[in-house]
Design a protein around this ligand. Structure first.
Ligand code: MRU
Length: 356
């Protein structure tokens, strides 16, 4: 087993590119068959791209929103940081409203506001440059967190294990390398992970369209399963860990993530398969006490009524399309962040790592 990881090998996909004038987002609606970037020249275009899932995944939407704030700063005419803070706020609010569940969005915008406040207090008079530096820092720190979590999370996995993942938590969903997929990449590199399974993640098919493509780019063999095959897979002893990401982790360790995560956690507990959540500390929301307080995004039922643009359901049928669910802390064996691991999370163990 090796401890070294060749990160360059896993640096093939970058979903977010800042050109100096505009934000380019790899259009995840078109993958895996077209690699096209959407160019956003103002903050409302970024908000629209987040809402439409051109860019997606909790850390990636936080990073995109930060660059959206940089673009918003270019469109306002302010004498100083204090005036800018007021004038930029409507654009920040529109970015924040693009999607409700992932806390990384609000977290990144709070950091951008704090950067403006520091500029106001005289720490660097060029407030537009301060915002750009902050967006860059958010992106750089995310990549570093993913590298750290990869090694930490992989250390929990015994050599020769099989893992099941859900949704897409890789380079496409982050600044690079990924959260849960970062752990899987590190686990494969270290010889701990022998078999990787990915659920389709209906209805948007993040697993089928994005995860298996990303891992294929790395040369990591992955077996796609229908979401409904997960319990059957676990029963057969093929996987020892379910490894997923998060959109929001509450103060008591409850985790909001892509719809279907909760039923995977229930099935994992039933079959003695361990359950790992991997997310940077930017996904931890100590201000939300527990999972029932999280707003769960509901998207257009049309996502369920058609496949690949063709209607598959009889006309007149109704559908309900919540796109996240909440896994109670009691079903989670480990939450892995760049700050450390919380095993068997609860309010007390979360406080030890993340404070009050
Ligand atoms: O609707 P999406 O594709 O943005 O949902 C993404 C997820 O649920 C991911 O698991 C989560 O954001 C973690 S990404 C590192």
């Amino acid at each position: 087993m090796t401890d070294t990881i060749d990160y360059a090998r896993y640096d093939r996909v970058r979903p977010i590119r800042w050109t100096g004038d505009a934000l380019e987002l790899l259009d995840q609606r078109k993958l895996p068959f077209a690699t096209e970037y959407v160019t956003c020249s103002d903050s409302d275009a970024v908000a629209g791209a987040i809402h439409a899932l051109a860019v997606r995944g909790a850390p990636a939407i936080g990073i995109a929103a930060a660059w959206g704030a940089v673009l918003a700063a270019r469109d306002i005419d302010a004498e100083d940081a204090a005036q800018a803070a007021g004038l930029i706020e409507p654009a920040l609010q529109r970015l924040n409203a693009a999607r409700p569940t992932a806390v990384n969005l609000a977290w990144a915008l709070a950091r951008m506001r704090a950067a403006l406040l520091r500029a106001q207090a005289g720490e660097g008079s060029d407030w537009r440059a301060a915002l750009e530096a902050e967006a860059r820092a958010i992106e750089t720190e995310d990549l570093a967190a993913n590298h750290a979590m990869g090694v930490l999370g992989a250390s929990l996995i015994e050599a020769g294990s099989g893992v099941l993942t859900h949704c897409n938590t890789g380079s496409l969903a982050t600044a690079g390398f990924g959260t849960a997929l970062g752990v899987i990449r590190a686990g494969v590199a270290q010889g701990r992970v022998d078999r990787v399974y990915a659920g389709e993640t209906r209805p948007w098919n993040q697993g089928a369209r994005l995860t298996v493509w990303e891992l294929q780019e790395d040369g990591i063999d992955t077996t796609l399963i229908a979401d409904a095959a997960a319990s059957h897979l676990m029963k057969g002893g093929k996987v020892q860990w379910v490894v997923v990401g998060a959109d929001r982790i509450c103060a008591n360790g409850d985790v909001a993530n892509k719809i279907g995560t909760y039923q995977l956690a229930i099935a994992a507990r039933h079959h003695g398969v361990r359950f790992m959540v991997v997310a940077p500390s930017s996904t931890v929301d100590m201000g939300t006490a527990s999972g029932e307080l999280i707003e769960i995004e509901e998207r257009d039922p049309a996502e369920l009524l058609a496949s690949g643009g063709s209607r598959t359901v009889a006309e007149g049928v109704q559908a309900w399309n919540p796109v996240f669910d909440v896994t109670p802390a009691g079903l989670i064996d480990a939450i892995v962040t760049e700050k450390g691991i919380v095993e068997h999370p609860d309010a007390a163990s979360m406080r030890v790592l993340f404070g009050g």
